[in-house]
Design a protein around this ligand. Structure first.
Ligand SMILES: Cc1cc2nc3c(=O)[nH]c(=O)nc-3n(C[C@H](O)[C@H](O)[C@H](O)COP(=O)(O)OP(=O)(O)OC[C@H]3O[C@@H](n4cnc5c(N)ncnc54)[C@H](O)[C@@H]3O)c2cc1C
Length: 371
């Protein structure tokens, strides 16, 4: 079954992946071009393969999803503009949302009618997320949300956002938080783009001034936001956000680049290390998928994967730039993608929880070391 699925995915991608890369999804035009691509994937039944058929999926197993991802990246298919919704919010709704929320939200997400941003970080609350101060108070028959969020990927052009807000200021820090959904076009919302290292502005700050959120857009119970956010975070660090397919494809491209560049033996060892790292992450992830399929859970070990892939991605791109030498700086040339992707790889040890924080989690919760 998995190999038949692999062949189906490979054939479809071979026939449909745009011959010329789409413009960056961190531009207005690129964002809409990527939305159109998501719609094509959805029409082919390939947007959300692990979801139930009722929501646009095809009930694929995790092992099949890993195969899908391998083929997707090997084919050089466009980045997933809907990733925050597809890979972070959707698993959270499956685990903690209501049936009404799933019915209302997931089909529109699968069809890219709503593209979601993650509105968690605040100027004074990044690693220490529980320090967040944006608040929601009862009003108008629902909640009125005020405050500011920052570093929100895709938010400059996205439609909706999921965020954490303080609903009970008297409660202890990790309690009294609620997980709310809101439209980025609602009255009272101001989105201010942030220029990134690569010069584009897909990132944004979000300012909220008494934005109305109905009770139907609270995920789980009010006050239970921290527990639900940790469910999202384990998907972000663990399996769904960065699948091995991405690194396997980059490692194959790196080996080709090394060959094309004359096979410098001085850099060969680092190329081999990157390739082996990508394979090791693939095998580790397949083992995790098998453990989950057998009824296991994704616990704090998710942090180990996050540290591993983010450091692998950096090392892989650093050796590519070393292979290219001065050519690496020609951003518009055929190898310009390496510099572009390197700039993004620099962020890997920061987003989805910094690697320093992950190492603390590994020490305390996986290895059982004292605090
Ligand atoms: C590319 C990118 C995309 C992002 N996308 C989103 C998004 O879509 N939505 C969103 O909400 N956020 C997003 N973020 C924000 C990201 O989650 C935060 O940047 C991250 O959690 C770190 O928070 P901070 O930037 O406030 O740094 P800080 O928390 O201020 O940390 C600064 C430094 O101090 C270290 N540090 C802090 N506390 C400790 C500690 N207890 N022990 C050891 N070291 C510590 C950190 O590791 C880091 O090196 C994104 C960030 C990046 C770079």
């Amino acid at each position: 079954m998995t190999e038949a699925f692999r062949a189906e995915v490979r054939d479809w991608l071979a026939a449909h992946v745009p011959a010329t890369p789409l413009p960056s999804l961190d531009t207005a035009d690129g964002f809409e071009a990527h939305r159109a691509w998501e719609r094509a994937l959805a029409a082919a039944g390939l947007a959300v393969v692990t979801w139930p058929a009722a929501y646009g999926g095809r009930d694929a197993t995790l092992a099949e999803w890993l195969v899908f991802e391998e083929e997707y990246y090997a084919a050089g298919a466009p980045a997933r503009v809907g990733q925050n919704g597809l890979f972070l919010l959707a698993p959270t709704l499956f685990a903690c949302g209501s049936a009404e929320q799933r019915d209302r939200i997931l089909p529109r997400m699968a069809a890219a009618d709503d593209i979601w941003a993650q509105a968690w970080s605040e100027p004074e609350a990044g690693s220490d997320l529980a320090a967040l101060r944006s608040r929601a108070v009862r009003g108008g028959g629902g909640w009125l949300v005020s405050g500011s969020k920052t570093w929100c990927s895709r938010a400059a052009f996205a439609d909706r956002a999921f965020g954490l807000f303080r609903t009970d200021p008297a409660a202890a820090r990790h309690q009294g938080l609620s997980y709310l959904l809101f439209s980025l076009r609602a009255p009272g919302v101001t989105v201010r783009p942030i220029r990134q290292l690569g010069g584009r502005t897909g990132f944004a700050e979000i300012f909220l001034d008494e934005v109305f959120v109905p009770d139907s857009d609270v995920v789980g119970e009010p006050g239970d936001g921290w527990r639900i956010a940790m469910s999202t975070a384990s998907h972000e660090r663990g399996l769904s956000l960065r699948s091995p397919g991405r690194f396997l494809a980059a490692a194959e491209r790196l080996v080709s680049l090394w060959r094309r560049s004359g096979g410098d033996p001085g850099l060969g060892e680092r190329v081999a290390d990157a390739w082996i790292g990508a394979r090791a992450y693939q095998l580790h992830t397949h083992a995790t998928a098998a453990r989950l399929a057998a009824g296991g859970t994704l616990g704090p070990e998710a942090s180990m994967g996050k540290v591993f892939w983010s450091e692998l991605d950096l090392a892989l791109h650093e050796v590519a730039l070393d292979l290219l030498g001065p050519r690496a700086e020609v951003r518009d040339g055929p190898d310009g993608v390496w510099l572009e992707d390197y700039l993004f790889a620099l962020a890997g040890p920061i987003y989805a929880g910094t690697n320093e924080i992950q190492r603390t989690l590994i020490g305390e919760r996986v290895l059982g070391l004292p605090r």
